[in-house]
Design a protein around this ligand. Structure first.
Ligand SMILES: Cc1cc2nc3c(=O)[nH]c(=O)nc-3n(C[C@H](O)[C@H](O)[C@H](O)COP(=O)(O)OP(=O)(O)OC[C@H]3O[C@@H](n4cnc5c(N)ncnc54)[C@H](O)[C@@H]3O)c2cc1C
Length: 333
C-alpha cells in the first residue's frame, strides 16, 4: 500500500491486488523508523502518520519478571528529519495507508482478490490472472508487476525466483562510510530569500543532482543526454549557516544551517551525488572521468543496450505506469 501511495502520488495508474478482504487487525510491527517516515513524507502522508505514532519515544523491552532488558531509541537530532524509533498501532497504520489511496483516481484497489497466475512477456508486458471474491477469474495486463506479497510471495514462486538473503551483505556493509545505497539525510536548509524548509522540499519528487559546488557542469557530454531525459533538480548545498547567494534559474542553492552535513560530504567535494526519487543515493559521480556515463548507467541500472545515452528516456526509471502492490497486476485485458 505504501508503494501504491507513492506511485499514485506520482500520477501513475496502479492496480493494487490484495487477497484479504481488508487491512489486518493483527499487529506484527510495534514501531517504525525515520526512513519509513521519510517515505510517508514522499507519499504526502506525514501529518496522518504523525497522528498515529509516539514520536521517537523508542521501545522498552521487559523480561518476564518485569525487569527492564533494553531501551531502544535514536539520537536527539535524527539525521533524516524525522524521529527514529516510533511506536505505533499497525492496524491503524494500514487503515491510514488504505485511506491515502482514496486520494488517487488513478489507483484501483482490489480487495478479496488473489493473484493466481502470471505470465511475463518482454514485448507485451505482464499478464496476470486474479481470482475474485465470487470465484471468477479476471485477466489483466500491465507493463510492470511488483510483488509486494510477503515472504511466501506468490509472484516470486510463480516466476521461480529464489529468495536471496541479504544478511551477509548488510553485515559486510557495516563500517562502510559510503553514502551510496543509503537514504540521504534531511536537514533543515536555508534559501537565499531567508526561508527555511526541509531538504526534500528542495529536492522535489524526482531525481536530483546534489553537490557542494554548482552541479550544472554535469550537463556536458557524455552524461548530458541522460540528465536531460531524467530531468533531475540541480541542488548546490552550501555548508554554511548563512543565507546563500541565489543560484539562478537552474540551480537551487541552499545552506545546511544545522551544520550536520559538513563531515559527511567532505569526501564528496568535486563530485555529484545522484539522489533517487526515494531519497536514497544511487551513485557518486566523478564527472571528470571519461567513464562518467558508465557510472551513471550503473548507478541507475540502465540496460547496456542504451549505452550510448541518446536512447535513454524517462521510462527507464521513472515511468512505472502501473503496479499492483500485494501480488500485483495492472491494465485491463
Ligand atoms: C512478530 C513480528 C514483529 C515485527 N516487528 C516489526 C517492527 O516492529 N517494525 C517493523 O518495521 N517491522 C516489523 N516486522 C516486519 C514487518 O511486519 C514486515 O517486514 C512487513 O509486514 C512486510 O511487509 P510486506 O508488505 O512486504 O509483506 P506482508 O505484510 O506479508 O504483506 C503481504 C500481503 O500480500 C498479500 N498477498 C500474499 N499473496 C497474495 C496473492 N497471491 N494475491 C494477493 N495478495 C497476496 C497478503 O495477504 C498480505 O496482505 C515484524 C514482523 C513480525 C512477524
Amino acid at each position: 500500500m505504501t508503494l501504491a501511495n507513492l506511485l499514485g502520488q506520482a500520477g501513475l495508474r496502479v492496480m493494487l491486488v490484495e487477497r484479504d478482504a481488508g487491512t489486518s487487525n493483527e499487529p506484527r510491527a510495534v514501531s517504525f523508523d525515520d526512513e519509513s517516515l521519510r517515505t510517508l513524507q514522499l507519499c504526502g502522508l506525514t501529518c496522518d502518520a504523525y497522528d498515529l505514532i509516539l514520536q521517537g519515544t523508542g521501545t522498552k523491552y521487559f523480561g518476564m519478571n518485569g525487569r527492564p532488558l533494553a531501551y531502544a531509541r535514536g539520537p536527539a537530532h535524527p539525521p533524516l528529519g524525522h524521529p527514529i524509533k516510533n511506536p505505533f498501532s499497525q492496524p491503524k497504520f494500514e487503515q491510514m495507508l488504505l485511506r491515502g489511496l482514496k486520494r488517487f483516481a488513478s489507483v484501483e484497489v482490489c480487495l478479496s482478490t488473489e493473484l493466481t497466475g502470471l505470465i511475463l512477456d518482454e514485448r507485451s508486458g505482464a499478464q496476470a490472472t486474479l481470482r475474485q471474491a465470487d470465484e471468477t477469474d479476471r485477466h489483466v495486463k500491465a507493463r510492470f508487476v511488483v510483488g509486494c506479497d510477503g515472504g511466501g510471495s506468490t509472484v516470486r514462486t510463480i516466476l521461480g525466483i529464489a529468495m536471496d538473503g541479504i544478511g551477509a551483505a548488510v553485515l559486510s556493509a557495516k563500517g562502510n562510510d559510503s553514502l551510496v545505497g543509503k537514504m540521504f539525510p534531511q536537514p533543515t536548509v536555508l534559501r537565499s530569500d531567508g526561508s527555511r524548509l526541509h531538504l526534500d522540499d528542495v529536492l522535489g519528487q524526482g531525481y536530483a543532482l546534489l553537490a557542494v559546488a554548482p552541479p550544472r557542469h554535469a550537463f556536458r557530454p557524455p552524461t548530458d543526454q541522460i540528465w536531460t531525459a531524467l530531468g533531475p533538480r540541480l541542488v548546490e548545498l552550501v555548508l554554511d549557516d548563512r543565507a546563500p547567494r541565489a543560484g539562478g534559474d537552474e540551480v537551487e542553492v541552499v545552506a545546511d544551517i544545522d551544520g550536520g552535513l559538513a563531515r559527511l560530504l567532505d569526501p564528496y567535494r568535486g563530485q555529484v551525488l545522484l539522489i533517487r526519487p526515494d531519497r536514497f543515493v544511487a551513485g557518486v559521480l566523478s564527472l571528470d572521468l571519461d567513464g562518467a556515463a558508465d557510472e551513471v548507467r550503473r548507478a541507475l541500472r540502465l540496460p547496456e543496450t542504451r549505452a550510448n545515452g541518446a536512447q535513454v528516456d524517462r521510462g527507464i526509471s521513472t515511468d512505472v505506469e502501473l503496479v499492483a502492490s500485494q501480488g500485483a497486476v495492472p491494465g485491463e485485458s
